[in-house]
Design a binder for this molecule. Structure first.
Ligand code: OOB
Length: 541
């Protein structure tokens, strides 16, 4: 299929035709989806945040006016716009404005800093950066000023006090007829968790993405009366589409935004808004599970807790129903596409011990050995997948794509899984060089490159170490050049390079040399074992 955006590989025509014929791709865009909802129920509340309640009619109108305003300021169809907003209603207004304009948002997370934001702007050749004034004590205008030093033509829009930049509310014009995008166009670029030196961007089309959340709605029971709480970063794929805020808008339900995910903010919101569903990463689910018994808030409206992004332990999974009175739904998904869910009517054993099964009858899922040969049924292997909402290539990454996809177009997920006899997936591990820190993904190589930039670092190897709360944390093994610097100094150095906080190593260990594999590569397995042995208290005798 010919992509509207250069640097993007989409599905071959015969697949695209098949997905349309099967009714997966229905030929409407996100902008059109909102219009339908707003026409039907203009006065129904679509989004609630800390300060506003926005109806479907208002969201629809604001998207039109913002799109017209952005166009007046030179943002055109096909332009990339880096969007970094916290959980405020403006996030969705901006999304729909850009979708209607046919401009392509690049979704950054609020925790990203100069290194990441400058990279997204440069790599995507963005015309604009849209962010907030201050979030979690960090001034994004200062960051924007630094980015603009490198990229003087970048337009900057700020939700809140704009400082030297343009205030988002001032971007407002009478709606105009727009040359709206086609449903087969790339709607946005999502971030990959990544396992290489630089983050990869994931192109998702209107057709494929809308299919993923429309089908998720059925599996998750999302309907007009759903009240969905987003306490995870709104731009992440999980709260965006699994079933996500977009799924909820599609159904005409209500999205409630929590600015912070802590129980003291989330529990009163559940009570006040009668929240029925919420997505959480495992550490967040644990936090809520621990706080709920002590809480005086009425959480009885909560029907479904979706947990995904990292492996949820069976012990914790078993606590969800007794403690929260809600049905647990495990979600094993990826921004590249494939999403698996346990079903709401699955037996409890399936729900607590597996990560469910794919959304679509046309999700092709293979479990293979190191030579790409299928393993016998029930055995563990690498998960490969292709289907109606799984990408065929990263944005502008030809070389990497040749490794990340098979010649037949299967995406190599890097996950190590097995199928149960009933056809559910169990995630057993990971082959990709990534740390999954409570759902936040860290590419080891990216952090290693930052460490190597320090003059006293000869070599660096970043690995995961087990952690009761986050599942994994990062440990950086370092071979020093000459006298080893203090760990503290290295950590400070990394921070000063302007890197998202979650990527900063939790621990630095200096070693004389790295253990090697048979072929002389650094053995990360040995390093992981070494740090795990050190963390697990040895039993006497
Ligand atoms: C979600 O998306 P990403 O792109 O941040 O991360 C994807 C990776 C998967 O390849 C897998 O390694 C891991 O995160 N993962 C899980 C998991 N869910 C995701 N590992 C074990 N158990 C799970 N339940 O994380 C994401 C996207 C959409 C929905 C939910 C999660």
């Amino acid at each position: 299929m010919i992509a509207s955006l250069p640097g993007v590989t989409l599905w071959p025509d015969e697949c695209a035709d098949r997905y349309r014929a099967a009714g997966y791709w229905q030929g409407y865009t996100h902008g059109q989806m909102l219009r339908v909802r707003a026409t039907k129920h203009p006065d129904r509340v679509a989004v609630v945040d800390a300060t506003r309640r926005v109806t479907y009619g208002e969201l629809d109108e604001r998207a039109d006016r913002l799109a017209a305003g952005l166009r007046e300021r030179g943002i055109a169809k096909g332009d990339r716009v880096v969007v970094q907003l916290p959980n405020i209603a403006e996030h969705y207004e901006v999304c729909f404005a850009l979708f209607r304009l046919g401009a392509v948002p690049v979704f950054a997370l609020p925790s990203h800093r100069l290194t990441e934001i400058a990279y997204f702007c440069e790599f995507s050749e963005a015309t604009a950066y849209l962010t907030v004034d201050v979030e979690a004590g960090f001034d994004h205008r200062a960051l924007a000023a630094e980015v603009r030093e490198k990229l003087p033509d970048l337009a900057v829009f700020i939700a809140g006090e704009p400082g030297e930049f343009t205030a988002l509310p001032d971007v407002d014009a009478e709606p105009v007829a727009l040359d709206e995008p086609s449903s087969s166009d790339v709607a946005f670029l999502q971030l990959s968790g990544g396992s290489t030196g630089v983050p990869k961007l994931i192109p998702r089309t209107h057709d494929d993405y809308i299919y993923s959340f429309r089908a998720s709605n059925e599996i998750c029971g999302v309907a007009e009366d759903t009240v969905y709480m987003v306490a995870l970063p709104a731009a992440h794929n999980f709260p965006m589409s699994s079933p996500g805020a977009l799924g909820v808008f599609h159904a005409g339900g209500r999205v409630v935004l929590a600015r912070r995910p802590s129980p003291d903010e989330v529990f009163p919101l559940i009570e006040r808004e009668r929240v029925t569903q919420a997505p959480a990463v495992p550490p967040l689910a644990l936090l809520w599970l621990d706080a709920a018994p002590e809480s005086s808030h009425d959480l009885s409206s909560l029907e479904v807790l979706q947990v995904g992004g990292a492996k949820f332990s069976e012990e914790a999974a078993r606590r969800v129903r007794p403690v929260l009175g809600a049905t647990l739904q495990q979600v094993f998904g990826m921004a590249e596409g494939l999403v698996n869910y346990t079903r709401l009517d699955d037996p409890e054993e399936v729900v607590v011990t597996t990560q469910g099964r794919p959304i679509s009858p046309d999700d092709e899922v293979l479990v293979v050995d190191d030579e790409d040969e299928p393993v016998p049924p029930g055995e563990t292997g690498h998960l490969l997948t292709r289907g109606p909402y799984t990408i065929r290539g990263y944005y502008r990454a030809e070389e990497h794509n040749a490794r990340a996809f098979t010649p037949e177009g299967f995406y190599r997920t890097g996950d190590v899984v097995r199928f149960t006899a009933e056809g559910n997936l169990v995630v057993e591990g990971r082959a990709k060089d990534q740390i999954n820190r409570g759902g936040e993904k860290i590419a080891a190589e990216e952090v290693e490159n930052h460490l190597l930039a320090h003059p006293a670092v000869h070599d660096a190897a970043v690995v995961s170490m087990p952690d009761d709360y986050l599942g994994e944390r990062t440990c950086a093994f370092v071979v020093a050049r000459g006298t080893a610097p203090k760990s503290r100094e290295l950590i400070k150095f990394i921070r000063q390079r302007g890197l998202a906080g979650y990527k900063v190593p939790d621990r630095v260990v200096f070693v004389e040399q790295f253990p090697q594999t048979g072929v002389g590569k650094t053995s990360k397995r040995d390093l992981r074992e070494a740090i795990t042995r050190e963390l697990v208290p040895q039993l006497p005798g």
